[in-house]
Design a protein. Sequence first.
Length: 320
Amino acid sequence: MTPKLILDLDTGIDDALALAYALASPEVELIGVTCTYGNVVVEQSVRNTLAILELFGRTDVPVFEGPGHARAKDSFEVQEISAFIHGQNGIGEVEIPDAARQVEQTSAVDFLVDSVHKYGDELVIVPTGPSTTIAAAIEASNVFRDGAQIVMMGGALTVPGNVTAWSEANIHQDPEATDLMFRSLRNVTMIGLDVTLQTLLTTAETTKWAELGTAGGAFLADITNYYIDAYKTTSPHLGGCGLHDPLAVAAAINPGLVDTLGVNMKVDTEGETRGRTIGDEARLNDPDKHAAVAVRVDTTGFLLEFMHRLSVLAQATPVV
Ligand code: BDR
Ligand code: CA
């Protein structure tokens, strides 16, 4: 059976690139996208996801809406820094038409739970935003808790955070949810800043997409150029933008792109280190390591795959 994939996106710019990577990967079948809040509010994440799928001619992929905020909070507002990096609309102020279709009636949590029931270990779920929806699925179903396989973008083990000195953006939104995920699931791969900040893109690459002269090529180039510009302000030392979310999708499809360390992880939920992803001292001597944390990445191999796959995908869209 072709392995199944579900993405859980807070559809900003690198989430859009992650979605494109999944659409361009014949090794897996993308059976659905669940949407969460983070870079944008959840309704905008749904809107962007549906519109991008339509742009790439993939109206067969169903889209589901998840919770709009962390359980510990009453509401969610996009942080200024998120709007600066991803634009007010989440996709670098680039305008693409709304999709003709609507989000599914089934909730994201029900879809995730049903999919784990149906596909078991044939399914990998790739969350690239806050862990809120995953935590809700864990609480909803023991089958999900015992059987879900996750390759997540988030956290930082060997490097500082990107929102606070301790905390990476996705974890920062809902530390309790990621902590529950690390403590409950048996099969989590963490693709954190340790590796995602070693996979950078520059305008040398986005120019190639623009030169394709297609709607898909223009979209990918325009959103990524916006993201590269933001990185020039927020992280000028990097010399490019971090391909956080696409690396998680690529590692889910080809685990050989990263080397991992087995660790029983937790998230600090109190005090100044709130949001830190770190080994759980209470489970240090447990020989079963439930998380694999990526600490090395084949940067060249990933970037080659990334450019090749997204270029083939964009080439197949209408000429503009
Ligand atoms: C993560 O935070 C979001 O802004 C990005 O989409 C990515 O998932 C990087 O810290
Ligand atoms: Ca994201």
